[in-house]
Design a protein around this ligand. Structure first.
Ligand code: ADP
Ligand code: MG
Length: 230
């Protein structure tokens, strides 16, 4: 009976998720469709570029929603494994380079591959978590530098992600991780919810320090997994 209950609960969760995803994805798709349709009309080249940019932005938003929901809901369960922190950071940095250069942001990474510090977690989820925080940092700036440092103490590893963006008020900081909290036009408000849940699943903590008009630093603290046992 218990097993059946658990299954019914799971089905219910999947049902809720399906409803949320289709709602959250349908809006950007509808907007994209509208702008593509307008592109066929007789409009100036500048207007065409504007319409195409909006369509692309909305498609990106649909992709963000799907990635964040899938990560959060563990639709694709992964195994917990030993992850080389520097390798995961470098992987995410490479995938986000195009966004940084499009926005004119310099990425400064002081993460050394020869220092092997391991953490335990689900690889794709950890990558999604880092990606969401770095992406927010890039989006908070109109110019400047985003830096990533890797530090370590006896039993913990610290990943510091510092931007020179607009910063946050205390009220905004308090609301971080709350689903659908966003101040962005094309935001989903799901990114930080995912990042917090991933770090929690890895038995880590997230600290935020932020000064409005100066920038924000996210620091992720995770237990080091030193042994080859996994
Ligand atoms: P989204 O990026 O879709 O808005 P997130 O959950 O990723 O959703 O972030 C929620 C909100 O937190 C953002 O809309 C923004 O207001 C704030 N935020 C997160 N990171 C930063 C940052 N590095 N600098 C300034 N504001 C931030
Ligand atoms: Mg975000």
């Amino acid at each position: 009976v218990l097993e059946k209950l658990v299954k019914a609960e799971k089905l219910q969760i999947v049902g809720h998720l399906a409803a949320s995803i289709s709602h959250e994805v349908r809006n950007p798709l509808t907007v994209t469709r509208g702008y593509l349709q307008m592109l066929r009309e007789d409009v100036s080249p500048q207007t065409k570029v504007k319409y195409a940019n909006i369509a692309l932005q909305e498609l990106d938003r649909a992709t963000d929603v799907i990635n964040d929901y899938l990560t959060f809901a563990s639709i694709c369960p992964e195994k917990m494994e030993r992850l080389r922190t520097s390798a995961e950071i470098n992987h995410v940095v490479n995938s986000i380079k195009p966004l940084a250069s499009k926005n004119g942001i310099d990425l400064k990474i002081s993460v050394f591959d020869d220092e092997a510090y391991y953490v335990v977690g689900e690889r794709k989820k950890f990558q999604q978590c880092l990606f969401n925080i770095i992406k927010n940092g890039i989006e908070s700036m109109s110019e400047g530098e985003l830096s990533i440092h890797l530090l370590h103490a006896a039993a913990t590893i610290q990943i510091k992600i510092q931007d020179q963006g607009r910063g946050m008020s205390q009220e905004q900081i308090n609301r971080l991780g709350e689903p659908y909290f966003t101040t962005e036009n094309a935001g989903t408000g799901l990114g930080m919810m995912v990042s917090y849940s991933v770090i929690k699943s890895m038995e880590g903590t997230i600290y935020v320090s932020s000064v409005q008009g100066e920038g924000t630093c996210f620091s992720l603290n995770l237990p080091i997994h030193a042994h080859e046992s996994m």
